[in-house]
Design a protein around this ligand. Structure first.
Ligand SMILES: *Cc1c(COP(=O)(O)O)cnc(C)c1O
Length: 458
């Protein structure tokens, strides 16, 4: 097989700095073993997130120079609007400063207390914004989507039977909209098939429920459909994306993902009445509807980035590089969520460290070891993130899975960087029996993973 190469060459470089093991040990102690507290200059390979960390292309930088900063009616907005209408096909398009702002506006307009909003899996900010309106966010992913080792080509699919039961149970009047997250970020970056989008859409339409797509990784999802779903192999990702959104009534998106931009988002729909209310809320908190909290420069970068994310050679490289990392560690016995997702590889830390119980934070132990070993920053998605301390009793609940996510920034690292990450993980794997757990020294009542302080257990 031919080697799949990075489909770009590099014209501007950003040095990354090697640290010594002693330095890293010191930084870890200063950060109380929480990698969110590290200075990014002390990180060699940063896999904390793929959000807003993409490298922009020369075309995007050129477009930024064309950015027009007029308060109202900027040509940069019209280019942004045209790009979104071309790909997503929605009539009303509003820029927002990032994805969660689009979510807040959408749910403020559509939801009220006692409502229910189903999704395959709500992303954390989506869930929080649904719940902020008093509505309930319900996750209805297929059963395979909840099992790390289960193999299925579209583990992000919605359980359509469960959706039908939910509609029958709570009634159509209490479901103001249905969401589908593509790819399913909180479920391991797993894709949703076209057949599933079509079925969910048909069910929603039969009941008059608008279907919105959380489109953050729409291009990666379109490419998985091309690779895995019968009948799509010869279709261009742009065509597949258009078909995906033809089944929906609207979308929200963080352009920090498949927009290949460092900031931004949007909300789009075909409903004039909803759009009117969204416009009013947008003006209240984000800005005039032709900039929505973004600079004209940002609108330009997104307009170009959305199309670049659909380029076939880019998507081949993107999905191949994530799979490459997953395959090389899995082949050597490192337990991962199978198959690797589009934007990230998830290591099953509970299976890697069977001697560390969930209460001793095996995911946190792996995150610390990856930094100690090689200056790599990953993120714990387990008990640190989802467990809770009962404020009355002090008892700790644990998460259902202890995962560590290695998110791959777009167009940033080369194959040799990824080879280095593979080596580091295998080194930690080789000495796994000697790794010990951690305990909380200090934690905040909400979103504790960002600021918690830890200590190693003896
Ligand atoms: C990142 C993300 C969001 C929120 O977007 P922000 O730009 O971080 O506000 C919403 N949904 C999904 C699936 C995401 O990955």
């Amino acid at each position: 097989m031919q080697t799949i190469i990075e489909p770009f060459r590099i014209k501007s470089v950003e040095p990354i700095r090697m640290t010594t093991r002693d330095e890293r040990e010191q930084r870890l102690r200063q950060a109380a073993y929480n990698v969110f507290q590290l200075h990014s200059e002390d990180v060699l390979i940063d896999l904390l997130t793929d959000s807003g960390t993409s490298a922009m292309s020369s075309e995007q930088w050129a477009a930024m120079m064309r950015g027009d900063e007029s308060y109202a009616g900027s040509p940069s907005f019209y280019r942004f609007e045209r790009a979104i209408q071309d790909i997503f096909g929605f009539k009303y398009v509003f820029p927002t400063h990032q994805g969660r702002a689009a979510e807040r506006i959408l749910f403020s307009v559509m939801c009220k207390a006692e409502d229910v909003v189903p999704s395959n899996t709500h992303f954390d900010t989506t869930r929080a914004n649904v719940e902020f309106t008093g509505a309930r966010a319900v996750d209805l992913v297929i059963p395979e989507g909840r099992q790390p080792q289960a193999v299925h080509p579209f583990k992000g699919n919605m359980d359509v039977g469960a959706l039908a039961r939910l509609i029958a149970e709570v009634g159509r009047e209490r479901i103001p909209l249905c969401m589908l997250t593509v790819t399913n970020n909180s479920g391991g970056g797993q894709p949703v098939s076209m057949a599933n989008i079509r079925e969910v859409s048909a069910l929603c339409r039969a009941h008059g429920i608008p279907l919105y797509i959380d489109a953050c990784r729409f291009a990666e999802n379109a490419y998985f459909i091309k690779l895995r779903e019968p009948g799509y192999a010869a279709r261009a990702p742009l065509e597949i994306a258009r078909e995906m959104f033809s089944h929906a009534d609207g979308a929200t998106m963080s352009a920090k993902k498949d927009g290949l931009a460092n900031i931004g988002g949007f909300i789009a729909s075909n409903d004039a009445g909803v759009a009117q209310q969204e416009r009013n809320l947008l003006i209240l908190t984000e800005g005039f509807p032709t900039y929505g909290g973004l600079a004209g420069r940002d609108l330009e970068a997104i307009a170009v980035g959305l199309h670049e994310a659909l380029a076939e050679d880019y998507l081949l490289y993107r999905i191949t590089s994530t799979t490459y990392l997953g395959r090389h560690i899995a082949e050597q016995g490192v337990p991962i969520v199978q198959p690797p997702g589009g934007h990230a590889v998830y290591i099953d830390a509970a299976a890697l460290f069977p001697h560390i119980p969930p209460a001793e934070l095996p995911g946190q132990a792996l995150v610390v070891e990856l930094y100690r070993e090689a200056g790599i920053r990953a993120v714990e998605i387990g008990t640190v993130m989802f467990g809770r301390r009962d404020p009355a009793t002090g008892a700790e609940s644990t998460a259902s899975m202890e995962l560590v996510r290695l998110a791959i920034p777009r167009r940033v690292y080369t194959q040799s960087h990824i080879d280095y990450v593979v080596e580091a993980i295998l080194n930690v794997h080789a000495r796994r029996a000697a790794v010990r757990g951690y305990r909380f020294v200090e934690q905040a009542p909400y979103l504790r993973h960002f600021t918690a302080r830890f200590a190693p257990l003896e």
